[in-house]
Design a protein around this ligand. Structure first.
Ligand SMILES: *Cc1c(COP(=O)(O)O)cnc(C)c1O
Length: 424
């Protein structure tokens, strides 16, 4: 399948006149339509709710869009909780799924009424000490160990993952939590990441539903929700078949009716905490070619670097690249597309066949809408880019300005070199 940018060359040429490259661009229309499709796919479950994984794209303008679509926030840290709270998400619309959690983060989560999803058995006592009680509604993260397999293919390796309670700890944890005053329970698990198969959620659901039934039978706990968490992936590669969210919703419904309904648990709400699936394809990194270099290989140097998008450098991840305005040209040039970091892994693509690139060409790096900007850092003193929203009416809105040197130096305020700093 041909991967097309969600923005036309003409639109983009206008946008870059106002907002200089590099920047991440997000597609409001795509985000809204996708969010609505997810809700529709799970509309068979009256309690269904998606909590958007804020860490994927922690931008208040995007969170507002999700809020308008009836979606909550899944937070992993104090600042994400603060952001959700400042946007007036209600307590029950905030899930706090953290790990190795500092006490002050539990305290703040409790203060704003967020649902706390415990990562570990020992966190029961830790939480109780931190907030002085156990909340009436509490969730536990489950890790069955071993490898997570669908038919014969291994999806991921939970036995090697730092997250969650073991099976025995789930049972003991529910008992202890009940003794300490918990009344309503949730179960959560995240067993495979970026899955591009409609079978992941139904297989995960089956595992969780079966444990839920046993937990209810053995502890009598009132299980209110089962959180399938994140992990639905997106096709980064042009030849990958995208997930079909309606097939996924239907697959989960089938297992729900097979496992939960006969156990008298037909009122359990399904929650999700999707990040990548919600924004990944609806963001791109826009960068300009500013150098070409002909040495042992052919290089194009861009004005973006791994600080703006870390996935290729960190995981060797594939991100499709479109050279704007050259859709109809043949891909007869082999390039390494690089950023400016003093790190040889700062390459957005290696040996990629593309049309001939000229200096000043705009490159669209696809699928950066989740875990793109947000994974950024400041190595080499490079500054984080702006974020721009392509609105439904076709206009562009700056939703985060680019970092300035002042931002970068701001944390040295104890050091008086700042007063001698020349401003650009
Ligand atoms: C990262 C994360 C998510 C979102 O994962 P995606 O792969 O982006 O869908 C959801 N829940 C938790 C606890 C996470 O850590």
């Amino acid at each position: 399948m041909k991967k097309e940018p969600f923005v036309t060359n003409q639109q983009l040429q206008e946008i870059v006149k106002k907002y200089p490259t590099p920047f991440h661009l997000y597609d409001e229309k795509g985000i809204r339509e996708n969010a609505r499709a997810l809700k529709k796919a799970f509309s068979w479950n009256p309690g269904f709710k998606e909590y958007f994984a804020v860490k994927a794209t922690p931008n208040p303008f995007l969170l507002k869009i999700f809020q308008e679509e009836g979606i909550g926030c899944d937070c992993s840290s104090l600042t994400e909780l603060m952001l959700s709270d400042a946007l007036h998400f209600k307590g029950e619309d905030i899930m706090f799924s953290s790990n190795a959690t500092p006490a002050e983060e539990f305290q703040f989560a409790h203060e704003i009424g967020a649902i706390i999803n415990l990562d570990d058995f020992t966190h029961i006592d830790f939480l109780e000490k931190a907030i002085g009680e156990i909340p009436e509604t509490i969730s536990c993260r489950y890790n069955p160990g071993g490898v997570f397999q669908i038919s014969n293919s291994i999806m991921d390796n939970p036995g090697d993952a730092k997250y969650g309670f073991t099976t025995e700890q789930m049972f003991e944890g529910f008992r202890v939590l009940q003794q300490k005053g918990a009344k309503h329970f949730g179960i959560h698990a995240f067993l495979a990441s970026n899955t591009v198969t409609n079978a992941y959620y139904p297989a995960l659901a089956k595992t969780l539903f079966e444990v839920a039934v046993k937990l209810k039978e053995e502890t009598g706990a009132d299980i209110r929700f089962i959180n399938l968490s994140g992990g639905i992936g997106i096709p980064y590669q042009p030849d990958q078949e995208p997930n079909d969210i309606f097939a996924i919703g239907e697959g989960v419904r089938k297992v729900y009716e097979e496992v939960l309904v006969p156990a008298g648990m037909g009122d359990v709400a399904i929650y999700t905490e999707l990040g990548r699936y919600m924004t990944g394809p609806f963001g791109c990194l826009v960068t300009a070619a500013i150098h070409e270099k002909h040495t042992h290989k052919e290089y194009i140097g861009c004005d973006a670097c791994a600080v703006n998008l870390m996935r290729p450098a960190m995981y060797g991840a594939y991100h499709h690249i479109t050279v704007m305005g050259k859709d109809n040209s043949v891909c007869d040039h082999k390039y390494d597309i690089t950023g400016s970091l003093c790190e040889n892994n700062d390459k957005f693509a290696i040996d990629r066949m593309l049309p001939k690139i000229d200096i000043g060409d705009l490159l669209v790096i696809h699928d950066t809408g989740a875990h793109g900007f947000s994974m950024g850092y400041n190595y080499n003193g490079k500054l984080k880019s702006a974020e721009v929203l392509l609105k439904e009416d076709g206009s562009a809105q700056l939703i985060r300005r680019a970092e300035t040197p002042e931002d970068y130096f701001a944390t040295f305020d104890c050091f008086d070199i700042l007063k001698d700093m020349r401003r650009k």
